[in-house]
Design a protein around this ligand. Structure first.
Ligand SMILES: [Zn+2]
Length: 357
């Protein structure tokens, strides 16, 4: 039995998202969440998923969503981030079915100051729900990890009460992911907050599970966004096992009751990844490594063909030779899509997310 026996191809919503994550947990694999910033990067991710027969998670960050709509648009009230996120979701909704893969369409970190972005996406979800009986997106992340725990949980619960009835999944963060990504700078975070404690995770679980079952927790275990030289922050994925055990004992419920999310996964070792997946990580964010992968194909192509790209006409083969077949963006951007797609396949392999359909 594969994923397509459980959920359909295309963007998943409601209980289908949980069914996918349950299947991943039971079969000890996780699904990479790829940050996309354009139709080009989104298509490359879908192509990778199709080629290796895997479900995939696509996500837009607040900055990535603004880029999706165009850097030329004003974003002082998050209007470009709202429109861009909606555009991305609509594009993915249209093409995902054609690629034949199940997709979780997600929005990444939303800090308190960015809540107008969240509100805008939620309004779009509610409008879509009225017409189609499901939300536009599959899920959204709220990241109030900089706030005190009580306030973090309170705001998450408030939003989750609005999200659960229309079939939206909520991802929340407790504890802090270190480093810097997309304008969120936690490089100065103190060490204790980089490791979430089981009691804190349980507080999240008890509050949110009263509202609905469709939520996941990004608990910090020394994660850092970006790729850096090894520092003094150590990744402790076994901490995730302690969270699962703590909740299981308190609730005397099932093994691995939590859906966990791995942030800042770029540069992690295969051992660290498989330990995390073994402890119920169902989603791992991949951004830094795929950004670099997208560049490499374009960079190598341009460097290799630079004598053919300096002018529209004229190259080493003759002064009258046209270069149109090389400077067409479908040629050089495509090279980036190929290397991005290959890197996403590697991310899937690292997580055991291959031949799952
Ligand atoms: Zn993150």
């Amino acid at each position: 039995m594969g994923v397509l026996d459980i959920v359909p191809a295309g963007v998943l919503t409601g209980d289908n998202v949980r069914k996918l994550f349950d299947y991943a947990k039971e079969n000890k694999f996780a699904i990479p969440a790829i940050n996309v910033t354009s139709t080009s990067t989104a298509n490359a991710a879908l192509e990778a998923a199709r080629d290796i027969k895997s479900p995939i998670i696509l996500q837009v960050s607040q900055g990535g969503a603004a880029y999706f709509a165009g850097k030329g648009l004003a974003n002082d009230k998050q209007q470009a981030s709202i429109i861009g996120a909606i555009t991305a979701a609509q594009h993915v909704r249209l093409v995902a079915k054609a690629y034949g893969v199940p997709v979780v369409m997600h929005s990444d970190h939303c800090a308190e100051k960015l809540l107008p972005w969240f509100d805008g996406m939620l309004e779009a979800d509610e409008a879509y729900y009225k017409e189609h009986q499901e939300p536009l997106f599959s899920s959204h992340m709220l990241d109030l990890s900089e706030d005190p725990k009580e306030k973090n949980i309170e705001i998450c619960a408030k939003y989750f009460k609005r999200m659960a009835p229309i079939g939206l999944w909520l991802e929340m963060e407790i504890g802090i992911t270190g480093g810097e990504e997309d304008g969120v700078d936690n490089t100065g975070a103190d060490n204790a907050s980089l490791y979430t404690q089981p009691e804190d995770v349980y507080d999240v679980y008890t509050t949110l599970s009263k509202i609905g079952p469709n939520f996941s927790i990004a608990a910090a275990f020394g994660n850092v966004h970006g790729v850096y030289k090894p520092g003094n922050v150590k990744l402790l994925p076994d901490l995730l096992g302690k969270h699962q055990k703590y909740v299981q004992e308190k609730e005397s419920g099932s093994d691995k009751p939590l859906y966990l999310v791995f942030h800042g996964g770029s540069g992690s070792s295969k051992d660290e990844i498989s330990t995390a997946v073994g402890h119920g990580v169902v989603k791992m964010n991949v951004d830094t490594d795929t950004q670099f992968a997208y560049l490499t194909g374009i960079r190598d192509f341009i460097l290799k063909k630079k004598d053919y790209l300096a002018t529209q006409v004229g190259n080493p083969e003759g002064a009258d030779k046209p270069n149109k077949k090389l400077y067409d963006p479908r040629v050089w951007v495509r090279e980036g899509e190929k290397t991005l797609s290959e890197r996403i396949k590697v991310a899937c392999q690292d997580l055991g997310n291959v031949d799952r359909l």
